[in-house]
Design a protein around this ligand. Structure first.
Ligand code: DAH
Length: 343
C-alpha cells in the first residue's frame, strides 16, 4: 500500500528535476506523464487499490502531480517556441535592408546629349524630334541638296529597298525641315538624335553616330546672334575661353562656318584630341539659306535664322576621356558601368 504512495512521491521528485530542453524531449515528457498510457493515468487507475480513508489524500497527491506536469509542460513549450521564433528571425531578418537591385548607368552618349540639351534649354531652346528613317525630301531636297547635287556624295547613306525615296537620315538637319514645315517662327529648337552614313568603321568614324541640331528663326536674327549663342555653349560645355569660326560650305547655310573650341595642348588628352593644334572641331553652322526657308514655306524676306549641327561622339570622348569611338558602340557593360555615377 505504502508502495503506491512511494511511487507518487518518486514521480513528483523526478518531475521536479526535469526540464525538457528540446521539442522531442518535450513530447517524450508529455507522453510519459500526461499521455493516455502515461504515469498519471496509471496512478489514477491505482486509486481503487487505495483504502477509502486514504483515497482523498492519494487523489490530492496525484492531482498535484498532474498539475505540476501540465504547468511544466506549458512552461517548457513557451520557452521552446520563443527559442524557435528567435532562431528563424535570425535566419530571415525582416528588418534587414533588401538586396540591392543594380539600376544600370546612362550611356556616355546620352549623358553628353543631356548636358547639351540642358545648356541650350537655359537659353530658350526646346527639344524637337524627327524620324531616323526619313524621306529623301526632308533629309536632302528641302535642305537645298537636290538629287544631282555633289554634296550628296559626301553623305552616302543606307536606302530602304522596298520604299523608294526612304533612307536612313544622314544628319539631324532633317528636323529643321520637319519643324519649319509645321510651325511658325519664332522657332528655337535643338534636335538630338542618331544619324547614319555609309562609312567604314574605324577608331575615328562609325556608320552610325549622334548629332544635335540647332535652329533659330525669327525676324532680324544675325550672324552675331549665332556667334554669341555658340560661344555661350562652348564656355558652358567645355569651359573653353574662346571659339574659332572657319569659313566652310554647307548647302543649307549661307554663309557657312565650322566651329572649333579652344582646349589648348596643356594635357596629353587635349594634345591627342586636337592633333596638337589646341583646337577641337565640334560643329558646322551658318545662316539658314533663304532657299531653305522658302522650301519649307517660310517667307525669307521677313525671317532669317541660324542653324548648327554638332557631333556628339567626339564631345563624349573628350568629356570622359575615352580613347576609341568604337567603345561607345560595343556596349560592353564593364566599360559602361564606369559611368553609373555620372548624370
Ligand atoms: N548637317 C551637317 C552635317 O551633318 C552639319 C550642319 C552644318 C548642320 C551646318 C547645320 C548647319 O544645321 O547649319 O555635317
Amino acid at each position: 500500500m505504502s508502495d503506491i504512495f512511494t511511487q507518487v512521491q518518486s514521480a513528483q521528485t523526478a518531475l521536479d528535476a526535469e526540464t525538457p530542453a528540446t521539442a522531442e524531449a518535450l513530447e517524450q515528457f508529455r507522453i510519459r506523464y500526461l499521455g493516455s498510457k502515461g504515469l498519471i493515468k496509471s496512478l489514477m487507475e491505482e486509486m481503487r487499490t487505495v483504502p477509502n480513508e486514504r483515497k482523498r489524500e492519494f487523489g490530492q497527491l496525484v492531482n498535484a502531480l498532474k498539475q505540476g506536469a501540465e504547468t511544466k509542460f506549458q512552461e517548457a513549450k513557451t520557452v521552446l517556441e520563443a527559442q524557435a521564433e528567435q532562431a528563424s528571425a535570425q535566419a530571415f531578418d525582416l528588418t534587414a535592408p533588401g538586396e540591392p537591385l543594380p539600376i544600370g548607368a546612362r550611356h556616355p552618349i546620352a549623358i553628353t546629349m543631356n548636358r547639351i540639351i540642358e545648356i541650350f534649354g537655359r537659353i530658350g531652346f526646346a527639344v524637337a524630334d524627327g524620324p531616323e528613317i526619313e524621306h529623301d525630301w526632308y533629309n536632302f531636297t528641302a535642305m537645298n541638296t537636290p538629287e544631282d547635287h555633289p554634296a550628296r556624295d559626301m553623305q552616302d547613306t543606307f536606302y530602304v529597298v522596298d520604299a523608294p525615296g526612304m533612307l536612313l537620315r544622314t544628319h539631324t538637319s532633317n528636323v529643321q525641315a520637319r519643324v519649319m514645315t509645321t510651325r511658325k517662327p519664332p522657332i528655337r529648337i535643338i534636335a538630338p538624335g542618331r544619324v547614319y552614313r555609309n562609312e567604314t568603321i574605324s577608331a575615328r568614324s562609325h556608320a552610325q553616330f549622334h548629332q544635335v541640331e540647332g535652329l533659330y528663326i525669327d525676324e532680324g536674327v544675325s550672324f552675331a546672334d549665332m556667334k554669341q549663342t555658340l560661344l555661350y555653349f562652348a564656355q558652358e560645355m567645355f569651359g573653353a575661353p574662346k571659339i574659332r569660326l572657319r569659313p566652310s560650305f554647307f548647302p543649307f547655310t549661307e554663309p557657312s562656318a565650322e566651329m572649333d573650341v579652344w582646349l589648348g595642348t596643356d594635357t596629353e588628352e587635349n594634345y591627342r584630341l586636337t592633333k596638337g593644334t589646341g583646337w577641337l572641331e565640334i560643329l558646322g553652322c551658318g545662316m539658314v539659306d533663304p532657299q531653305v526657308l522658302e522650301n519649307c514655306g517660310i517667307d525669307s524676306r521677313q525671317y532669317s535664322g541660324f542653324a548648327f549641327g554638332m557631333g556628339i561622339e567626339r564631345q563624349a570622348l573628350r568629356l570622359f576621356n575615352i580613347p576609341d569611338i568604337r567603345l561607345l558602340f560595343e556596349n560592353d557593360v564593364r566599360m559602361l558601368r564606369q559611368f553609373a555615377a555620372a548624370v
